[in-house]
Design a protein around this ligand. Sequence first.
Ligand code: HEC
Length: 174
Amino acid sequence: MAFRNVVLALCAVFPFLIPGNVTAVDDKQKAAAVKDEDGKYFDAEGNPTFKFQSDGTVDWYTFSGYRRYHADCHVCHGPDGMGSSYAPALATTVKNMDYPTFISIVAEGRKNVGGGKENVMPAFGDNKNVYCYLDDIYVYLRARSVGAAPRGRPPKKADKPEAAKAYEASCMGE
Ligand code: HEC
């Protein structure tokens, strides 16, 4: 086999060998759902993640996260997690930020004062419309971050699981 063919064969078997492809491949593998708890999916580390069917149907949490993101985050972070001149692209953020850090920033907020301009991430810890759906938003952004979810409203979604109804009722009713 010529050297070039050996390299091509290696890259086909081990795509992470291709420079620049490293994070994308790693993120997709990391985000892969390995556990299903009544329509809520988890990766190998036990963090919430998305799962899409081959016909494009998205899991309930991705759909719900899409709606919650566009109700409460979009105004600053831009449509589809793409970012704006005011706040960072969260579809990029969740590639490098672990789940607990994401949750704590949204709950507690963050203030970055520097270079003469002040950027404020509000705290959502006492906003039930956000904190009762934090996993949904995270799952949606994760799907966006690895390119699994296209821009815009997911056309087909799974039915709302009983567990989601129960969690929502207890969280909103606290
Ligand atoms: C009023 C505008 C505003 C809204 C609404 C808002 N954010 Fe932010 N957010 C910001 C700004 C500005 C920053 C950057 C703050 C900084 O630089 O420390 C930020 C930062 C973040 C970060 C850290 C990003 C990073 O790359 O370090 C996360 C995570 C985040 N926001 C999540 C959310 C979520 C989820 C929502 C919706 C529930 C939301 N934000 C709604 C303005 C907003």
